[in-house]
Write a protein that binds this ligand. Structure first.
Ligand code: ADP
Length: 301
């Protein structure tokens, strides 16, 4: 197969691993910087032009779109879709997953366990929002945040109110969530490919830190999932229309709850913690599905 990895740089760990896994399995693999792609929007012969030349047809692409480049990145993925190229994740599913609120609404619709979550625009509704999630302690999240930045634990009513007022004051969109204390600063990253969890690790926040993000000093380790956690992760990826997804779960008193579904999950942490060839599993998924399965998106939202 001829495979393109849409990535800003060939030196990134995940990109390198995907390229190596593809080559190892006998494929021709190109790394394409999607920000250097430009396009002709025509109904007859849609093209992606890269470094001055139209790209020849690929059998499959693996989009690795950075969170801050979603708009342009998904436009490039869409152009490949218009050319009939199979994509590991569709442009629509990527856009959907980048909006935390939309993501939670979709998961709720499918009956997937979530922390109790509230969302409001007006500062006048702050008091009622605090009540909706059961009062403090509660977690406040900026919708556009990643890597734990913009995720705040408010332990008192007053703290919750002032943090929310501050975020609203700078016009940031926020959501408010029940604090899952019993998770003890630990979350589980489930790496889903197709309809399977191919690797899972637990991430533990640094001492005194409720956020388990590795970027915030957390540590990671392989973990064995319960059947319920496994099926929650697969259902969450499916609800978002993602074939490749990092589903983050907390262990709560009311079962596994999903806090996030990531459409370009990193390979470094998960491969190091689990010793699994996750990149190989993604290439294997392309082998099984490119050419057979049409890009499609059955999700209405
Ligand atoms: P980001 O996308 O910025 O990583 P998350 O929503 O994943 O934001 O939150 C970052 C971390 O904070 C999570 O990995 C988890 O450890 C912790 N966390 C998030 N939401 C909750 C919650 N409702 N209760 C307890 N801990 C939480």
């Amino acid at each position: 197969m001829k495979i393109a990895i849409l990535s800003r740089s060939a030196t990134l760990y995940s990109t390198q691993r995907l390229q190596a896994a593809g080559v190892e399995r006998g494929h021709e693999v190109h790394v394409i910087d999607y920000l250097r792609c430009y396009m002709n929007i025509t109904s007859h012969k849609p093209l992606v032009i890269y470094q001055g030349k139209p790209l020849e047809k690929f059998d499959a692409i693996v989009p690795r779109i950075g969170a801050s480049k979603t708009f342009y990145g998904t436009a490039v993925v869409r152009q490949f879709e218009m050319m009939g190229v199979f994509t590991a994740n569709s442009s629509q599913a990527i856009s959907r997953s980048r909006d935390k609120l939309r993501c939670l609404q979709l998961l709720a619709k499918k009956g997937i366990g979530l922390p109790v979550t509230g969302f409001a625009h007006s500062p006048k509704d702050i008091e009622s929002l605090i009540d909706i999630v059961g009062g403090p302690p509660l977690v406040i999240k900026v919708l556009e945040g990643t890597q734990g930045i913009g995720v705040v634990l408010a332990e008192s009513h007053q703290a919750a109110k002032s943090v929310m007022e501050a975020f609203r004051g700078i016009d940031a969109n926020i959501l408010v969530q029940e604090f899952i204390k019993e998770a003890g600063g630990m979350d589980i990253r489930c790496f889903v490919v197709g309809d399977k969890v191919v690797a899972a690790m637990k991430r533990q926040g640094a001492a005194g830190e409720f956020r388990s993000n590795l970027h915030r000093g957390g540590t990671s380790e392989k973990i064995k999932l319960t059947p319920e956690e496994r099926s929650t992760a697969v259902r969450a990826a499916k609800a978002m229309g993602l074939n490749v997804a990092g589903v983050d779960i907390l262990r709560s008193n009311h079962g596994p709850v999903v806090i996030e579904v990531n459409s370009s999950p990193g390979l470094k942490g998960i491969e190091a913690a689990t010793q699994q060839d996750v990149a190989g599993k993604i290439i294997e998924f392309l082998e099984k599905n490119a050419g057979l399965v049409k890009n499609g998106d059955r999700c209405q939202y």
